[in-house]
Each structure stands twice: as C-alpha cells, then as structure tokens.
Design a protein around this ligand. Structure first.
Ligand SMILES: Cc1cc2nc3c(=O)[nH]c(=O)nc-3n(C[C@H](O)[C@H](O)[C@H](O)COP(=O)(O)OP(=O)(O)OC[C@H]3O[C@@H](n4cnc5c(N)ncnc54)[C@H](O)[C@@H]3O)c2cc1C
Length: 359
C-alpha cells in the first residue's frame, strides 16, 4: 500500500523533499504561505523590491501527485499532524521542517505574503529616505545587507556593528579580512567588539540611537537588527524526549529524529543535527532524508540505514551586491568573480524557480 508522508513547512527542506518523494509516496506538504520565500534574495529586495516578483515563488506547480495544504500545523503525534482548524492529517512518516524566524524584511512576520510585500515596500521607502543606516549584527545577513546598500545606494552612510572581534571569526581569517576590506573600500564603517546595549526591536528596522558597550553611541535614520535566526520549534516542544539546543533548535538523533517517536524526523534550521542553519546544510540533509524515507517505504528499518553525517566544513558564499564578495569554498577562498558567478549575480533565484516548476 502507498505510504503517506507528511512534511510540515515548505521551506528549503520541505520543497526539495516533497518534490523528490512525489512519485514514491503520497506526499502532503503543509505550509501556511501562498509563496515560497527565497531568503537570500530578501536582502537584495531591501534595496530593490522588484526582486520580490521573482523570489516569492507560488507553490501551485510544485507537486504533480501530492498536495500542498495551505495551513498551519498546530501539533504532531505518531499518527499525524493536527492543523490549526482542528483537521487531522494522517501519515506514516512525518518530517518537521518548520525552519526559523528572522526580522522583517528578511522573513515574513505573518502568514500573509501580501503583508510581507507591504512590509518590504515600507522598509525600502524608509531606507530610501534615510541618510544614515546602522546594521546590528555582522553575520551573513548583516554583512550582505551592508554590501547591497553600499552597492545600490552609495550615498548612504552605512555602519556595520558586531560584538565579535572580526568578520566571521570561526572561518579562515582570509575570508573576513577580504570582506572587511571590500566593505571599507565601498565606504562602510565597521565596528567590532561592540554590543548594542539598547536594541529597541529585534523584529523590524527603526530609527533611533544605539548605545554601544564600548561607551559611544550611534544615531541612525534606520537601524536594522540582524542578530540571527531563531528556530520555529513550538510544535515539537510537547513531543516525548525532546531536548532543546542553541537558538531554539531541537536536538536530533543520528537519523534526524528529534523525539522518542520513531516515525517523526526533523531537518533544516529547526533541527540541531550538527549542521549550521543554512541552505547549504539543507542541500546535504534532504538527499539523505529522501534516500532514508525511500528505504523505509520499501520495508527497511531506520536503524538499518547509515547515520546522517553533518557537514563539518561547508562552503560559505558572501556577496556584497551583484559584483563583489568573497567565498569560502573549502579548498580555497574565492574573490569577486567566483562569488559573483556562483551567487551574487542571480542569488540562486533561477534554481529555486526551477525547483518550484516556475520559469
Ligand atoms: C535573509 C536570509 C538570507 C539567507 N541567505 C542564505 C544563503 O545565502 N545561503 C544559505 O545557505 N543560507 C541562507 N540563509 C539561511 C536559510 O534561509 C535557512 O537555513 C533555510 O531557510 C532553512 O530552511 P528550512 O527548510 O529549514 O526552513 P525555512 O526556509 O525557514 O522554511 C520553514 C517553513 O516552515 C513553515 N512553517 C513554520 N511553522 C509552520 C507550521 N506550524 N506549520 C506549517 N508550516 C510552518 C514556514 O512558513 C516556512 O515556509 C538565509 C537566511 C536569511 C534569513
């Protein structure tokens, strides 16, 4: 008999896995948004909102056999998933891929894509009117945002503030040094080893004054909080045997199971599997899950399957606008040309449009 697989969350894990299993099982993908939100392009959309037309991709054409259920999952048990309206969806295997939250305009604040577009347009207008911009947090999102603003709006005074001693201190130093030099050349002021003590909002940009832990203060017409993602793990919290890790993620066993329920799996940002919270990590987890679930459908047991191995040294690409950037590609650190070709130019928009069967 055909097995039923429920995937909760239509982000990078959900979309790729649902598509891969569409002709192998009865797939139900549960996702409240009408469109897939391609996160890397949301940074450029702050400076160029037209990017949203391509990078918000409807789910309508994703599956040929299975279905995308436009709904929010409320709870999970071994038998299936209960939706917010009380409907029960029954399944043999459940994959939880509810991802993570971030500030607007990087990720939607509600289930409405229309509201997300309006937020993005509002923040773009605030940015256009601003003369000075402060970005709090110099992870990939903050650093890329500084680069995008410097490229597309060179007249703005941009300050990037980090509590770390340098850019990307856990990566080979060549990467951070090169990126910092490119940002500084483009007119971005970088401040390291300073915490913003009075961040008024972690969920949306605002105008105001930042008190820094070093004692000084910065006034900016627009302050972007870019202090990292937090996993959306609420629906997993009540399962037996759950343990939380950093950033609200749930810990998984070597077969990506977060709880005592043997048929419930978790992947992507919500799962602390040993991987970083990146699409790059998802690109390794999803084929593994596809293979494992295909074997389960064919009668194998989870424990007979090879364990998932997290990606220790994964590639890391940081464009600074469409022309410049630097990338850690494991064997070497690449500069502008390769970063532009691999990511900066198109931000993988075509790849994900193709994945969702949109051209
Ligand atoms: C601005 C930005 C830029 C980024 N750029 C890069 C990059 O260039 N390269 C890279 O490797 N990584 C990047 N990342 C990280 C990357 O976006 C995440 O690692 C990735 O989105 C994780 O995929 P996911 O499938 O786990 O979750 P997500 O993509 O977060 O998707 C989760 C989905 O689950 C849905 N959901 C949540 N709760 C429920 C529920 N209760 N019921 C049903 N559905 C639910 C959400 O609506 C969402 O669609 C970026 C992140 C941000 C914020």
């Amino acid at each position: 008999m055909t097995k039923c697989i429920i995937i909760v969350g239509g982000g990078y894990v959900g979309v790729q896995l649902a598509k891969a299993l569409d002709d192998k099982a009865e797939v139900t993908l549960i996702e409240p948004h009408s469109h897939f939100v391609h996160a890397p392009a949301m940074i450029r959309a702050v400076v160029d909102p037209q990017v949203l037309d391509q990078a918000l991709i409807p789910y309508d054409d994703l599956l040929k056999n299975g279905k995308v259920l436009r709904a929010r999952a409320e709870s999970i048990d071994a038998a299936g998933v209960t939706l917010e309206d009380g409907t029960e969806v029954l399944g043999d295997y459940i994959v939880v891929a509810t991802g993570s939250n971030n500030a607007i305009p990087f990720k939607p604040a509600t289930d409405s894509i229309k509201a997300f577009r309006a937020d993005s347009a509002r923040i773009h207008a605030m940015l256009e009117a601003a003369q000075s911009v402060a970005i709090v947090g110099a992870g990939a999102v903050g650093t890329e945002l500084a680069g995008e603003i410097a490229h597309f709006m060179p007249d703005k005074k941009v300050t990037l503030i980090s509590s770390e001693p340098s850019l990307f201190p856990t990566m080979p130093s060549k990467l951070g040094t090169a990126l910092q030099a490119k940002l500084n050349d483009a007119g971005v002021t970088t401040i390291f080893g300073a915490r913003a003590e009075n961040l008024e909002s972690t969920t949306e940009p605002y105008a105001g004054e930042l008190q820094l832990s070093k004692g000084d203060s910065i006034t900016a017409d627009l302050i972007f909080p870019a202090i990292g993602s937090r996993a959306t793990s609420t629906i997993l919290e009540t399962l037996p045997g759950i343990t939380k890790g950093a950033a609200n993620r749930v810990k998984t066993d070597p077969w990506l199971r977060p709880s005592d329920l043997p048929n419930v799996f978790a992947a992507g940002d919500v799962a602390e599997s040993g991987d970083a919270m990146t699409i790059v990590a998802v690109s390794r987890q999803t084929p593994w899950l596809e293979k494992m679930l295909t074997s389960l459908i064919n009668g194998k047991k989870v424990e007979d399957m090879a364990k998932y191995k997290p990606w220790g040294k994964a590639p890391f690409l940081v464009p600074l606008g469409p022309q410049k950037g630097s990338s850690y590609l494991v064997l070497f650190t690449a500069g502008d040309a390769i970063t532009r070709l691999m990511k900066g130019k198109d931000l993988f928009v075509s790849k994900y449009r193709k994945m969702l069967n949109r051209t």
